[in-house]
Design a protein around this ligand. Structure first.
Ligand code: ADP
Ligand code: MG
Length: 230
């Protein structure tokens, strides 16, 4: 197993924050119902910082991550990625995402799943394949590169997803309850891995979790309630 750090291929962010979200408001309309999920959410994440977000089920954590990732847009408020407004074409290089349900492509083996991330911006070549192998080694799956997701345990699948999220050396990793489908011990190991890899690569981390112990391992903890951080 290769224990060396995986260096970022991206220039330093400079002095500014990696992420800045200001006065975000998000309301869902379904029929005549108006659901005010986020009322006034402001947050800043510094380069390399880890921040946890907790909150009751339905409090808007996933909604917030979808806004931060640029997959959805706020009704009002602004988001900046390293000082610039989110743009779909920058997403794959700026941020990586990890979800509760892994979202691996079932027909592709572990290495191909990791390589998929590179495909977004260029045709993977020797360098990308070497990096995918290197990342799989770093998450402890060097010998599982040719295995399909169905041949891997939940924890191993999430490790593949973590390797995939880091493939493009993002400045920011967004993780939405990444241990929600894992048993306690496996979940603890995945969180340790996420935190270690983010620290080594200088990747900022926003971790949504219900687990207080996991939240306490991040640099800063936020709690979402009634549409605001309290
Ligand atoms: P959390 O991740 O904290 O559990 P979510 O952000 O998933 O919460 O959801 C917040 C609230 O918004 C919930 O009440 C949920 O039902 C509602 N919601 C989420 N997405 C939609 C949508 N696309 N349309 C309508 N309501 C939604
Ligand atoms: Mg959620």
């Amino acid at each position: 197993m290769n224990n060396g750090p995986i260096s970022s291929t991206f220039p330093a962010t400079g002095a500014g924050p990696v992420l800045r979200a200001e006065a975000l408001r998000k309301t869902y309309l379904s029929g005549s119902q108006r659901l005010e999920v986020l009322r006034d959410v402001t947050m800043t994440v510094a380069a390399g910082e880890s921040v946890s977000i907790r909150g009751e089920s339905g409090s808007g954590k996933s909604t917030l991550l979808n806004l931060l990732s640029g997959l959805d847009t706020p009704d009002t408020g602004t988001i900046h990625w390293a000082g610039e407004r989110p743009a779909p074409e920058r997403r794959a290089l700026f941020l990586g995402m990890v979800f509760q349900s892994f979202y691996l492509i079932p027909e592709l083996d572990a290495e191909q799943n990791v390589l998929m991330a590179a495909r977004v911006h260029r045709r993977p070549g020797t360098i990308e394949r070497a990096r995918a192998k290197d990342l799989l080694a770093r998450v402890g799956l060097a010998d599982r590169a040719a295995h399909l997701p169905m041949q891997l345990s939940g924890g191993e699948r999430q490790r593949v997803a973590v390797a995939r999220a880091l493939m493009n050396s993002p400045k920011l990793l967004l993780a939405d309850e990444p241990t929600g489908n894992l048993d306690e011990r496996t979940g603890d190991a995945v969180i340790e891995l996420l935190l270690t890899l983010c620290r080594e690569t200088g990747t900022a981390l926003v971790l949504v979790t219900h687990n207080v112990a996991h939240a306490q391992k991040t640099n800063r903890s936020l709690f979402l309630h009634d549409g605001v951080f309290r």
